[in-house]
Design a protein around this ligand. Structure first.
Ligand code: URA
Length: 253
């Protein structure tokens, strides 16, 4: 036999196959099904489900604008800020720093962002710069206890006191606008470059300071930031002149 089997062995094998139930020959040559299986193409990976449409990306500025507009008083605005989840600064901060002083005061000071002391205390301008601010205000008869209201462009401390990012300022601006509208001051003092950027869309405090301008429907006096004055005491003379301008305006001159 061509297969190399003798007649008796081949017959015994056939008989064994018949016993197993293989009674019909389907094709001329035998098929090794084990080999066949190995060669079979792998079943195609199940088709990925049609990707559901991605949820529309939220625009943090839009969310902020809606949340701020819904606030009808300062407590509501503070709660809206506390519930705003689109600013990463919130995750690194210990406290929300909303405001200090007298709501409804004629003067509203707008600083830049909380530092370490403010983050710990949950109040703006409580560190060295804040103490200088208090002395500056006292020089023209103002104080946060009696007649000044204070907030910042950013309500959470940036890590390592880094500069505010444009995206952070943009998403906080609707809250700041609403803050001014609800606090209803007669005038704003913009402390430093980032405050000017948020309020006036401009930087360059050396050029801007000392000249009244307008933002958010209020007169604005841009001034050197007290932290800058601590580093550059020679500029206190300019700050003094700006404070006198503020006083003159309050006195109706
Ligand atoms: N500097 C600011 O601008 N704001 C603060 O609250 C403290 C320091």
């Amino acid at each position: 036999m061509e297969s190399g089997l003798d007649y008796h062995s081949a017959r015994a094998l056939l008989a064994w196959q018949i016993e197993l139930g293989a009674t019909d020959a389907i094709c001329d040559a035998p098929v090794n099904r084990y080999e066949l299986e190995a060669r079979q193409p792998k079943p195609a990976a199940p088709q990925a489900e049609a990707t559901p449409p991605r949820p529309k990306e939220v625009d943090p500025v839009e969310v902020a604008a809606r949340a701020a507009a819904a606030a009808t008083d300062l407590a509501g605005l503070k709660a809206a800020l506390a519930g705003f989840e689109h600013c990463e600064l919130k995750r690194g901060a210990r406290n929300l720093v909303f405001s200090d002083g007298r709501p409804g005061a004629r003067v509203m000071v707008i600083g830049e962002a909380p530092g370490r002391d403010e983050d710990l205390a949950g109040r703006p301008f409580v560190g060295k710069a804040g103490q200088l601010l208090d002395r500056m205000l006292a020089a023209i008869g103002l104080s946060r206890q009696d007649n000044v209201y204070i907030t910042n462009v950013l309500p959470w401390r940036p890590p390592q006191n880094r500069d505010p990012l444009p995206a952070e300022m943009a998403m906080m601006k609707p809250f700041l606008e609403r803050h001014v509208a609800l606090a209803q001051p007669d005038l704003l003092i913009a402390m430093g470059n980032f405050s000017c950027e948020a309020l006036l869309g401009k930087r360059g405090i050396t050029r801007l300071r000392g000249t009244w301008t307008e933002a958010m429907g209020k007169p604005v006096m841009p001034m050197f930031h007290p932290a800058f004055l601590l580093r550059q005491p020679v500029q206190k003379r300019a700050a003094w002149s700006d404070l006198l301008d503020v006083k003159a305006r309050l006195d109706g001159q």
